[in-house]
Design a protein around this ligand. Structure first.
Ligand code: SF4
Ligand code: SF4
Ligand code: FES
Length: 375
């Protein structure tokens, strides 16, 4: 029921569009994508660069389907349905295209933490090994230093890869670009879709293309405000909480033993929903549901990373579960928060206190929810 006095949005009713998917006649509201029309009938299609909270960028092409009378395969995540459209989601042409895309990815990128990658590779009978043994990892900084127009041809004895050492330049999250498929989701989340911080973008061209901070500076020297909204959307684990990365390295990360509990962030009046991932009675990471209209999965540094106080007490040298503390966890979070507050201060000095910034600008720490990195 609509609350008294609430605004009621009046818009024309959406027409129903009839089309054929894999031989079945189906109807869906106009404006629906082929992907959504398929999902509404319980049929899933692989996706990597698609997320319902982000604008589609059509970067990965793993979701392509065949539309009769269309010259090329179309990305189902962004192509809207039309009356009379005849769609084939699993034709030989579609399967061949997905196989090729997945083989290229698997031969050059570490997909070991990409959900469903292994099952898709098996299902589409991919053989990434036919491109040769993977090239050895690049030394640290080599890929970051590549200039457009100065591409070094790869060694034909190896399959070219993006393998390289991880970037662990802060205490909160690691960037393992050997797992990056260049899906652009982190760039969208950091920039125009939500955070409006623009700390990261794609640099370079062709196989040298990579996600980079400005001038490849380490994260603490960049514009990053540590909201972690890029981690939330990364589909491969290239961006990962340090808490998860450390446990995976130690062999103690076990999602089958984790529970997820929703609560409300205690830091300010926005009241974001936090999903606490708990393993062995310890919070191991914090996410936010994509389908909550307040945040659409986004948080600020405090909600995303500032939860150690729940289980650590100063002076005892231990976490409550007996694991030795990492004192720099809290120190790093508060330092980064201080840095973010300073950015907010700089903006108010420049533009005056009435300036609230863009709708998602990241200046967490105000305590009043303004500019706290939320939509
Ligand atoms: S943590 Fe936030 S500000 Fe930093 S790169 Fe990721 S999305 Fe951008
Ligand atoms: S770091 Fe993750 S989200 Fe960003 S482009 Fe690479 S795979 Fe996509
Ligand atoms: S999921 Fe559609 S192009 Fe990537």
């Amino acid at each position: 029921m609509t609350a008294p006095g609430a605004l009621v949005q009046i818009s024309p009713p959406r027409r129903s569009v009839e089309l054929t998917i894999d031989g079945d006649t189906v109807a869906a509201p106009e404006g629906t994508t082929i992907l959504d029309a398929c999902r509404q009938r319980g049929q899933d299609i692989p996706t990597l660069c698609y997320l319902e909270t982000l604008h589609p960028v059509n970067a990965c092409r793993v979701c392509v389907v065949e539309v009769e009378n269309s010259r090329v395969l179309v990305p189902s995540c962004s192509r809207r349905i039309e009356p009379g459209m005849v769609v084939h989601t699993d034709s030989p042409r579609v399967r061949h295209s997905r196989k090729m895309v997945l083989e290229f990815l698997a031969s050059s990128v570490d997909l070991s933490t990409t959900p469903h990658a292994a099952e898709w590779i098996a299902s589409y009978e991919c053989h990434p090994e036919r491109y040769g043994p993977p090239a050895p990892p690049a030394a640290a900084g080599i890929r970051d230093a590549a200039h457009a127009g100065h591409h070094e041809p790869p060694d034909p004895a190896f399959a070219a890869t993006v393998h390289q050492p991880i970037k662990a330049d802060n205490e909160l999250y690691v960037r393992d670009y050997g797992k990056c498929i260049l899906c652009y989701k982190c760039v969208e989340a950091c920039g125009i879709d939500y955070q409006n911080t623009y700390a990261i973008a794609v640099a370079g061209r062709g196989f040298d293309a990579r996600i980079s901070t400005e001038f490849s500076v380490p994260l603490p020297g960049s514009a990053c405000v540590y909201c972690g909204n890029c981690i939330a959307v990364c589909p491969t684990g290239a961006l990962m909480f340090s808490s998860e990365h450390d446990r995976r390295a130690a062999g103690t990360w076990d999602e089958s033993r984790q529970s997820v509990v929703d609560t409300i962030c205690p830091y300010c009046g926005v009241g974001c929903t936090l999903s606490l991932h708990v393993q062995n009675n310890e919070i191991v990471k914090v996410t936010s549901p994509f389908d909550v209209s307040i945040t659409h999965g986004n948080l600020c540094i405090k909600g995303r990373f500032g939860w150690q106080y729940v289980q650590e007490r100063p002076g005892n040298g231990k976490r409550t579960n007996g694991v030795p503390r990492r004192p720099r966890d809290i120190e790093a979070a508060s330092n980064a928060a201080g840095k973010s507050r300073r950015k907010g201060h700089d903006i108010s000095q420049r533009d005056g206190p009435q300036h609230d910034g863009p709708p998602h600008a990241g200046t967490p720490g105000d305590g009043d929810g303004k500019g706290s990195g939320h939509p």
